[in-house]
Design a protein around this ligand. Structure first.
Ligand code: PLP
Ligand code: COI
Length: 339
């Protein structure tokens, strides 16, 4: 089959690939699930996912290696995070085996859509867990759908490894202090749509949210975590109960310390103290490592390393992370799953 895809210029757009996986939870258990060519979901108009946001999602990628093989980056971590989110929203956990096998099955069935090694693209996988069925009161669903679909993607932020600028939201929070900020639920993203649009309209890549209690500390970006490299070479990333526990961030904390020999820690990142950083970036599955050129905060515009050049430590981290994901650099044990 010849695919008419411009691999070099993929953005981050939905594409209806031939196969996705779907499993159903009913009478207290998951069925085995199967691949399907049907890209639409059939569900009750009263499904709690639609009315009360009882749903969760994940994001992970499959990569083509130089030898043409396909591999996944830490899918067990996505399975665990989805389980944690499920507990928070009173949904049944998707067992790790079911999650990983579903992801592998979708990748295998759509293998022609995993972008070539040289293109810089990858196959983005979107697992989704939703509460369905005939319920109208505010209560957890009795039935659930778990589905995984996929599409080839390139850069999430238009710059890729070129720095772009971000803006601090002064009017909106992404999550409440004891809310669902650490869970990967659609409601957090619904809350980010308006500030996100305002940021884009003003020429920024995305919003940086402050902690919802004191509004003095950087929490995260609307679609990625934040990190900075201090002037004395420490990797620092915010610690907060209301940000998404990013798999990329924890991977970078490990790589910064064990591969780059840096001090690496989670801690407070005061928005009025950005001078301590020589470099900064956004990190995540979709964002990969996206250097932050500058941050607008009210009247202040803070430039980090450069608005046009990627800083040396950010580049080293990128090379290490992406090298592991694409099979060019030896991975820490258990990080890579061959498909
Ligand atoms: N923070 C938010 C709000 C996100 O949507 C994402 C994307 O998944 C991340 C952080 C990064 O998380 P991960 O590295 O696990 O993809
Ligand atoms: C991801 O990186 O997987 C995300 O979920 C970010 C996104 C909202 C596209």
């Amino acid at each position: 089959m010849t695919l008419n895809i411009d691999w070099e210029n993929l953005g981050f757009e939905y594409m209806n690939l031939p196969y996705r996986f779907i499993a159903r939870f009913k009478d207290g258990q998951w069925d085995a699930g199967s691949l399907t060519e049907d890209a639409t979901l059939h569900l009750s108009e009263s499904s709690p996912a639609l009315h009360y946001g009882q749903q969760a999602f994940e994001g992970l990628k499959a990569y083509r290696t130089k030898a043409g093989e396909i591999q996944l980056f830490r899918p067990d971590q996505n399975a665990e995070r989805l389980q944690k989110t499920a507990r928070r929203l009173m949904m049944p956990e998707v067992p790790t085996d079911l999650f990983v096998e579903a992801v592998k099955a979708v990748v295998k069935a759509n293998h022609e859509y995993v972008p070539p090694y040289e293109s810089g693209g990858s196959l983005y996988l979107r697992p989704l867990l939703i509460g369905v069925g005939d319920i109208i009161g505010v209560q957890p669903a009795q039935e659930y759908i778990f589905t995984v679909f996929a599409m080839p993607v390139g850069n999430y932020f238009k710059g890729g490894l070129a720095p772009t600028k971000f803006i601090v939201s002064r009017d909106f929070d992404r999550a409440a202090p004891h809310g669902t900020g650490a869970a990967k639920v659609g409601g957090n993203y619904a809350a980010s749509l308006l500030p996100g649009q305002e940021a884009h309209d003003a020429g920024y890549s995305d919003v940086i949210y402050l902690d919802p209690t004191t509004h003095t500390k950087i929490e995260e970006v609307g679609s990625a975590n934040f990190f900075g490299i201090t002037k004395d070479g420490e990797f620092v990333t915010p610690l907060s109960p209301s940000i998404l526990p990013s798999i990329t961030k924890y991977s970078l904390l490990y790589l910064a310390e064990h591969r780059l020999g840096l001090k690496a820690s989670e801690g407070d990142v005061y928005v009025d103290d950005l001078d301590r950083f020589a470099e900064a970036g956004a990190c995540g599955t979709a964002a990969v490592i996206s250097p932050i050129g500058g941050i607008k905060n009210g009247d202040d515009y803070h430039v980090f390393y450069s608005e046009t050049e990627v800083g040396p430590v950010t580049r080293q981290l990128y090379n290490e992370l992406v090298g592991i994901q694409k099979g060019d650099v030896t991975a820490p044990e258990g990080w890579i799953y061959k498909v």
